[in-house]
Design a protein around this ligand. Structure first.
Ligand code: MD5
Ligand code: FE
Length: 203
């Protein structure tokens, strides 16, 4: 079922549960050559979320800042293609959310473990803010923090569970958001981790 968040954003509850096996196969394919690693912020802090990417470009962070790069700085090689079945599911979710023609060229894969968190931020390293961001949640649950256009604005909390897909576009695209510290839990398929896929039109 569909849970509206605000103008431009909604959650497709349970959307990807029936595809969980092929989604995990797609993720594993990327991990084989580009495993999760914890990058550093420009301030030098190690992020608690481990990440990897696929697509034409991937989101990277280091002492020089945040950016999209065709290369994984870890090994200097190009990111693998977004697995075809994953791209198709992301396009289908975007379509159901009212965004036909979504063509992701980048997918950031976030791995959360107990205690991992993502502090409030805006996604503004992409070139095209007209395209939505399509976000798949897998594994243990998270409390998603949805803020306003300023960091100091109050946040609404949303429970994101295995299979939920959130689509953030229109006026929601540049809202501050984050993920509260992940509570210790276990999921039958993914164990003690949460994986989040964010499909983007970055270039
Ligand atoms: C996550 N990831 O659960 C979230 C899901 C990230 C990130 O925030 O940058 O990797 S994506 C949530 C999102 C994206 C764009 C806009 C908004 C939320 N929003 O308007 O709240 O790991
Ligand atoms: Fe974000």
């Amino acid at each position: 079922w569909v849970e509206p968040i605000c103008d431009g954003a909604l959650i497709l509850r349970h959307f990807s549960v029936q595809h969980e096996t092929e989604i995990m196969e797609g993720i594993q394919q990327v991990l084989n050559s580009h495993p999760f690693r914890q990058m550093r912020t420009p301030n030098g802090h190690r992020m608690s979320v481990a990440m990897t990417c696929c697509g034409d470009v991937g989101w990277v962070s280091d002492k020089d800042g945040y950016r999209y790069s065709p290369y994984n700085p870890e090994n200097g090689t190009r990111w693998p293609d977004i697995p075809e079945r994953l791209a198709a599911l992301a396009m289908q979710a975007a379509l159901e959310a009212g965004y036909p023609g979504f063509q992701p060229d980048s997918c950031l894969i976030n791995q959360y473990q107990t205690g991992s968190r993502l502090s409030l931020h805006q996604d503004k390293d992409e070139k095209n803010f007209a395209a939505p961001i399509v976000s798949f949640s897998l594994g243990i649950s998270a409390t998603f923090l949805f803020g306003g256009m300023q960091r100091s604005d109050s946040v609404q909390r949303y429970h994101l569970a295995h299979g939920d897909v959130a689509v953030w576009g229109g006026p929601a695209r540049l809202r501050y958001h984050g993920v509260a510290p992940i509570k210790d839990a276990a999921h039958p398929l993914l164990g003690t981790q949460r994986i989040n896929l964010t499909f983007r039109q970055a270039m």
